[in-house]
Design a protein around this ligand. Structure first.
Ligand SMILES: *Cc1c(COP(=O)(O)O)cnc(C)c1O
Length: 391
């Protein structure tokens, strides 16, 4: 079945007595049982029926089932934000004395989680250049809990060769874990690229209208001990499960994901091409452009579309601030893949708490603007960009 059809048609665990076409929002903490025997079946996990909404809720299960059917995953767990999906994963896969191999290009909070928070618990983050396979081979050893990367890094837009990395990982029985937030999971097959777990901030493409925060662990079943720990230990002990209301909004978002993404990614490519024609723009970052160094690799791994995030460089930080200040249509905001277009200067905002040296090491430049391209008309967006650049 086609992904758009699957996104719209999912059979719920129980048929709604009223035949509601929209998934019911089960705003309840607990569930009543007919007898002691069915309580035992539920609490032991055998019946698959919910007992308490910290660990299971029918509305959240419905969203998880939709994602499972779209990705072919063995199991999907929904969390209250992308960061808790990521932190729960690390807490399941790592322990004191073990290490995690990561790229030097990484979402700021994930980087801080590993190099500050989890470091205090005795976990070592080994930062490597994922484009240098020898560094990876050297870093991955018998104490490595996982190799973690983002499929297209933000804002540097670096793409690693997933198949090559998965061979290194799997030789040592180390899971390859990918934060795939930057592209919808409906657009490519992460499993055939050797990815064992996808971690997704569903705040972004899934929610669409920026209605809610959410995160997903999409598990292909290759490391059952990690899944087991997430489902039977961490959900109970950490309480980071998605709430039913967020799951409802993200389900509605998921139903239109493919349609929105098709338009958004086409808009992003058009804007990237137009930016290349402007003399004020020194450089455009978008892997969908044929002259981008990662274009071929990204195409081979992720298919023809290249996401809805575009970066570009101006002559100076001051020029970036002038551009941001003059925008009339595009919103000055963080977040990605809202229906509306957003612009930000990452160096002075998202990375404000990093030293100049750390930013230099991460290739976060003071001259870069990040655009999340929305669903508006390309002509209107480009007109706003041109007037903001005084072009
Ligand atoms: C936004 C984002 C996150 C964090 O997700 P939240 O839902 O904001 O907690 C993690 N990774 C990437 C690549 C992101 O863009």
């Amino acid at each position: 079945m086609d992904c758009q059809t699957k996104a719209l048609h999912t059979t719920p665990m129980h048929v709604d007595p009223y035949g509601s076409l929209s998934v019911p929002v089960y705003h309840t903490a607990a569930y009543q049982f007919p007898d002691a025997a069915s309580m035992i079946e539920a609490f032991s996990g055998r019946s698959g029926e919910p007992d308490y909404s910290r660990t299971m809720n029918p509305t959240v299960t419905f969203l998880e089932d939709k994602v499972r059917s779209l990705t072919g995953a063995q199991s999907v767990t929904a969390f209250n934000s992308g960061m808790v999906a990521i932190s729960n994963f690390f807490l399941a896969a790592l322990s004191a004395g073990r290490n995690v191999v990561i790229s030097r290009h990484m979402f700021g909070n994930t980087y801080s989680l590993l190099t500050n928070t989890l470091k205090r618990f005795g976990i070592e983050a080994r930062i490597v250049d994922l484009l240098d396979i020898n560094q990876v081979v050297e870093a991955v050893d018998e104490n490595t809990g996982c190799l973690f990367l983002e499929i297209i890094t933000n804002p540097q837009l670096e793409v690693a060769d997933l198949n090559a990395l998965s061979v290194i990982c799997h030789r040592k029985h180390v899971p390859l874990v990918a934060d795939t937030t930057i592209l919808p999971f409906t657009e490519f097959d992460a499993r055939t690229l050797g990815v064992d777990f996808q971690l997704v901030s569903s705040t972004k493409y899934l929610s669409g209208g920026a209605t809610s925060l959410g995160g997903l662990i999409i598990d292909y079943g290759h490391f059952p001990e990690i899944d087991q720990r997430i489902k039977t230990e961490l959900l109970f002990n950490l309480g980071a499960y998605m709430t039913p209301h967020a799951a409802y909004m993200q389900t509605i978002g998921l139903e239109t994901l493919h349609a929105r993404y098709t338009l958004q990614s086409a808009n992003a490519l058009a804007i990237a091409r137009k930016l290349q024609t402007l003399p004020q723009v020194c450089k455009v970052g978008y892997v969908g452009l044929p002259d981008n160094p990662f274009h071929e690799l990204a195409r081979r791994q992720f298919g023809p579309s290249a996401g809805a995030m575009v970066t570009f460089d101006l002559a100076s930080q001051e020029a970036c601030f002038r551009f941001i200040d003059r925008l009339k249509l595009i919103y000055r905001a963080t977040n990605l893949f809202d229906n509306k277009s957003l612009a930000i200067h990452p160096y002075s905002t998202i990375f404000v708490n990093y030293t100049a040296q750390q930013k230099a090491e991460m290739d976060v430049l003071p001259t870069t603007i990040r655009l999340s391209v929305g669903l508006e008309s390309v002509d209107d967006l480009f007109a706003d960009i041109c007037q903001a650049l005084e072009a």
